[in-house]
Design a protein around this ligand. Structure first.
Ligand code: ACO
Length: 323
């Protein structure tokens, strides 16, 4: 059977690092409060004029270099973001142009923090069906631009950044020992809109709006939703908390991650945590964490990796793959 395998990982963080202490100088918060509740120590913030498409392009270039491929080898770009440069055109087409690609297709996908899992699952379908040979799957955000910097309950949580992977189709044996994406599970439930949303948009207010969140409500739902799609991934593949090598969750909050891993019986040493230095970078957080663990030598060829995310909508999902 045809499968999609990941052949390159890349990421990019804006140079500017904003620490908790620095934030505490501007609003009524403290390093201790932020660390205790979220595990976040710092986040990166895009420079003036540095847009989501610029960040995405840098991440894509890094993933292509890691794969040893040229832009011309790519015939599909699926980009997840909730913070596009403009209402249209899609950020993906800006990245396509920046890379000098003039064939194939490029489009954006909106699933907020779950965006990378949704984008990976979507691109996989194109690659497995033969509609595309190789795809760039990108998560990139400039959440700093939609934060209300006066609202301490949200602005301390998020950061900017981008991550990307290159996937390509190949003929696999069709067993769980195969390299590549072995299963994906996507879910959404629009009834939860009010718990996490942006209070503006082109067809409602004609403004960009700011992120609003009922943090406690999100927290309450997160662990259950995350564990549901992970149980689905285990059931579909026969892998388990014991037999996966790495758990790379969406980096929203260390407490959510730890609680989910504990509930599933995933050992703490298998959990890749980058939220401390990145904050919550929404769709960028998983590919940023994947790239971090690939480049520091933790994730190696042959390893089985489980990713999951949950975010605005609500949307949530998981994917399980062998590198
Ligand atoms: N600094 C200091 N005090 C603060 C801050 C802050 N930055 N923010 C809130 N507080 C205060 C509140 O005003 C409140 O004070 P009060 O008791 O006098 O009213 C107190 O701290 C407790 O506030 P809570 O909101 O109840 O704090 P909680 O323990 O729930 O922690 C948090 C808040 C960290 C947002 C938590 O609810 C959470 O992690 N939720 C998950 C949300 C999340 O991660 N969302 C990411 C997007 S969705 C996703 O990616 C999955």
């Amino acid at each position: 059977m045809r499968r999609a395998r990941i052949v390159g990982f890349g990421s990019y963080l804006p140079a500017r690092r904003l620490s908790n202490d620095e934030l505490a100088g501007r609003i009524d918060t403290s390093d201790e409060w932020i660390r205790q509740r979220t595990g976040i120590r710092a986040r990166h913030i895009a420079a003036e004029g540095e847009t989501t498409s610029m960040i995405a392009t840098r991440a894509a270039e890094a993933a292509l270099a890691h794969a040893g491929l040229k832009p011309a080898d790519i015939d599909l770009i699926v980009l997840a973001t909730a913070t596009p440069d403009y209402t249209f055109p899609a950020v993906a087409t800006q990245v396509q142009a920046n890379l000098g690609i003039t064939h194939g297709a490029a489009f954006d996908l909106a699933a907020v923090c779950s965006g990378f899992v949704f984008a990976l699952a979507t691109a996989e379908k194109f690659v497995v069906s033969g509609s595309a040979r190789r795809a760039l799957v990108i998560g990139a955000e400039t959440f700093s631009r939609i934060l209300d910097w006066e609202d301490r309950t949200t602005c301390v949580l998020f950061g900017d950044g981008g991550g990307a992977v290159v996937i390509e189709g190949y003929e696999a044996a069709g067993t769980r020992a195969d390299q590549g994406i072995l299963t994906t599970h996507l879910r959404s439930d629009g009834r939860h809109r009010e718990k996490l949303y942006v209070d503006g948009g082109p067809s409602s207010t004609m403004t960009t709006g700011h992120l609003r969140m009922e943090g406690r409500e999100v927290f309450k739902h997160a662990v259950g939703m995350i564990t549901d799609v992970i149980v689905d991934a285990f059931a579909a593949t026969g892998y388990s908390a014991e037999t996966i090598d790495w758990f790379v969750p969406h980096q929203a909050n260390q407490r959510i991650i730890t609680a989910s891993a504990e509930k599933l019986g995933i050992a703490p040493e298998k959990v890749v945590l980058t939220v401390g230095e990145h904050g919550n970078t929404s769709a960028a957080s998983i590919p940023l964490a994947l790239d971090t663990a690939v480049k520091d030598g933790r994730i190696r060829p042959g390893h089985v990796v489980l990713i999951e995310a949950m975010g605005g909508g609500f949307t949530w999902g998981s994917a399980l793959f062998r590198v």
